[in-house]
Write a protein that binds this ligand. Sequence first.
Ligand code: KIV
Length: 271
Amino acid sequence: MALYADTQAVAMLSILDLFAMKQAGEKISCLTAYDASFSQLIDQAGVDVMLVGDSLGMVIQGKKTTVPVLIEEVVYHTQCVVNARQRAFVIADLPFLSYGSTEIAMKNAAKLMQTAGAQMVKLEGAHVDIIKSLVDFGVPVCAHLGLLPQSINQLGRYKVQGKTLQGAEKILQDAKKVEQAGASLLILECVPAGLAEKISKNLTIPVIGIGAGVACDGQVLVLYDMLGISVGKRPRFSQNFMQIAKDIPDAIAQYHQAVKQLDFPTELQSY
Ligand code: KIV
């Protein structure tokens, strides 16, 4: 297997590198990843962060939402990704109801970090007490605000969040709260570009956007959306990089460059 051909050691990125990128004004590139082969390709393209998202429920398992995804499934896919990673920083998702109390969150964060080898866990919502407890025990946390896919059964449909003054203010305040609680990264999903810019400027921690405009400190896309192979309709905020690339490694490299050079997202993929 080609995976073993190049055993040269490459320095693995840490949270300090991501903070340094924000301070230097260098955009952080991030893609979701679920297996070793894509992990290797993404890593070799120089993408900074890989997120083992619970989007795996939709793009790998063909489920309608992320709600049915189990912690054991995220552990399995995180192991696959970590096995082939050399440089990229790896974040793993805590799936639906896997962080409903401090005790449950600790147990599941241990699975993602100790068993699977993730460097950080991600959870949806401004659950400041859970974030504080995890951080107190040395678990780096990425908070996820804006559109929260795990809440789809409350939301009714996937839609842009923070469009009203009140809605925008709530997301801004929640962002400040999760930073104060100790989160070291924030993912903002499907919010107006102006709001995301304000939040990115107000926070010290890096803010990575998906459908949140070009002013965030970094960008993330679901890998299968940007390769044009997702089941179902590709969201408006995504772009099929295979349309401009010669092959899959080239598409990933072009996405990475487009993020670094502020060529992605454009207004077409923003709200
Ligand atoms: O699960 C996932 O892939 C995510 C991204 C959409 C940010 O949370």
